[in-house]
Design a protein around this ligand. Structure first.
Ligand code: ADP
Ligand code: ASP
Ligand code: MG
Length: 410
């Protein structure tokens, strides 16, 4: 008998009919003789609806109350799935994060999982109960509800699989697996059979939302093999796993894009030691992650600093940066929310040169201007005007030989 953790995303539980389909699929896996823990997201659109409600009340809601609000979506889907299973004659029981409990730190809306108490779940499994867990949420040590950031149910699933030492962790979603790029942007994208943790980490952090980045970090840390596959069919999907020899042979395995960042420039900052710390410490104190940073060459003792932050933190970041800019005597702050980051990823890049220049050339041939560049061992990213995102992704996908003409369906 195996212990299977399955996670169903929002679109897979978006309607009552879909929840009933999920219940049938869960039941099928259970009937095959497996213990089952099912992690569920909120019904499609529900978390967005809750976020919009908070925005109607105030611009900067209390972080604690924000998490209480957005965690509510999953309460609906877990109970409905439990009921669906029960009405089919199965024993099922739902758990909110705090009922497990699944403990996290206290970083509201981006909490990290510290510990999962598995006693309750194990007892239920021993009694043949199908356990349904609310994704995306936990409890801090002061009994506050916390959430893990958008897409956080993936992380719940991998963490639960790691804690329970599950045999299988399946992420069931609305595509057949991880593709060479978002199949909704490039229909010619091909499904990847297996991808290394490191490549998947880059893809996820560069915008491929098929898996939340933290879920991949967790999987890598605990060696959980994650199987990303469709909730609508039984086709084998993509295994996210340790790197093996075949993976090195591919130069570029994927193209990712991200429209979720915004650019802030601080103009004419005095170019002296300690300035970067003065600018960026208040942002990190506010839990805002800064991504790319460019510092211009100093002229007459002044320099410009440009960096990107998540768009969801943009207003908060801008407020902080404007205050700091005054303190450090900068000439002003400029910002641009209409940017996108396009990236190419591949472990094969480690041992080959010329990949970055091919990327720049491909973009320039299409007249796409590059505003910022960053590289790592296995990725190259460029910030561009967001109106060119789809074009950039398509031409890069083709230039690196990733098109396969296969049409992807839901
Ligand atoms: P779920 O609701 O199941 O969590 P998500 O919407 O979070 O699903 O993730 C699945 C979506 O990720 C797909 O519909 C697809 O548009 C998008 N996506 C982006 N990049 C990729 C990629 N490289 N491979 C597969 N899907 C991708
Ligand atoms: N419901 C949450 C969201 O929409 C978590 C998830 O779906 O993974 O982001
Ligand atoms: Mg998701």
């Amino acid at each position: 008998m195996a212990l299977v953790v399955q996670k169903y995303g929002g679109t897979s539980v978006g309607t009552i009919e879909k929840i009933q389909n999920v219940a049938r699929r869960v039941a099928r896996t259970y009937d095959a003789g497996n213990d089952m823990v099912v992690v569920v997201s909120a019904m499609a659109g529900e978390t967005n609806r809750l976020v919009a409600l908070s925005e109607e009340i105030c611009e900067f809601p209390s972080e604690r109350e924000y998490d209480v609000l957005v965690a509510a979506g999953e309460q609906v889907s877990i109970s409905l799935l439990s009921m669906a299973l029960q009405s089919m004659g199965y024993k099922a029981k739902s758990y909110l994060g705090w009922q497990i409990p699944l403990y996290t730190d206290d970083a509201f809306s981006k909490a990290r999982i510290n510990e999962i108490e598995d006693a309750n779940i194990r007892k239920d499994l021993d009694n043949g109960i199908i356990v349904i867990v609310a994704g995306f949420q936990g409890l801090d040590r002061d009994n506050n509800i916390t959430t893990f950031g958008r897409g956080g149910s993936d992380t719940s699933a991998v963490a639960v699989a790691a804690a329970l030492k599950a045999d299988v962790c399946e992420i069931l979603t609305d595509v057949d697996g991880v593709y060479t790029t978002d199949p909704r942007v490039v229909p010619e994208a091909s499904k990847i059979d297996k991808i290394s943790y490191d490549e998947m980490l880059e893809m996820a952090s560069l915008g491929s939302k098929v898996l939340q980045i933290r879920s991949v970090e967790f999987a890598k840390k605990y060696g959980v093999v994650v199987h990303v596959r469709s909730s609508l069919n039984d086709n084998p999907g993509t295994l996210v796993m340790k790197e093996d020899a075949d993976m090195e042979t591919v130069l570029v395995s994927g193209v990712a894009y991200n429209k979720d960042e915004a650019k802030i420039s601080v103009m004419r900052v005095p170019d002296q030691p300690g300035i970067a710390a003065q600018l960026f410490t208040p942002l990190s104190m506010a839990n805002i992650t800064v991504d790319m940073i460019i510092q211009n060459i100093s002229q007459e003792g002044f320099t410009d600093m440009t960096f990107t932050v998540p768009r969801s933190d943009f207003k908060k970041a801008l407020k902080i940066v404007e205050e700091t800019a005054v303190k450090v005597g900068a000439a002003g702050v400029q910002c641009n929310e209409s940017i996108a980051k396009v990236s190419i990823v591949g472990v094969g890049m480690r041992s080959h040169s010329g990949i970055a220049s091919k990327m720049f050339e491909t973009l320039s041939t299409e007249g796409v201007n590059i505003q910022m560049i960053s590289t790592s061992e296995i990725k190259v990213s460029c910030v561009i005007d967001d109106k060119y995102t789809e074009l950039a992704v398509r031409v890069l996908h083709e230039a690196f030989g990733l098109d396969n003409g296969q049409v992807v369906q839901e």
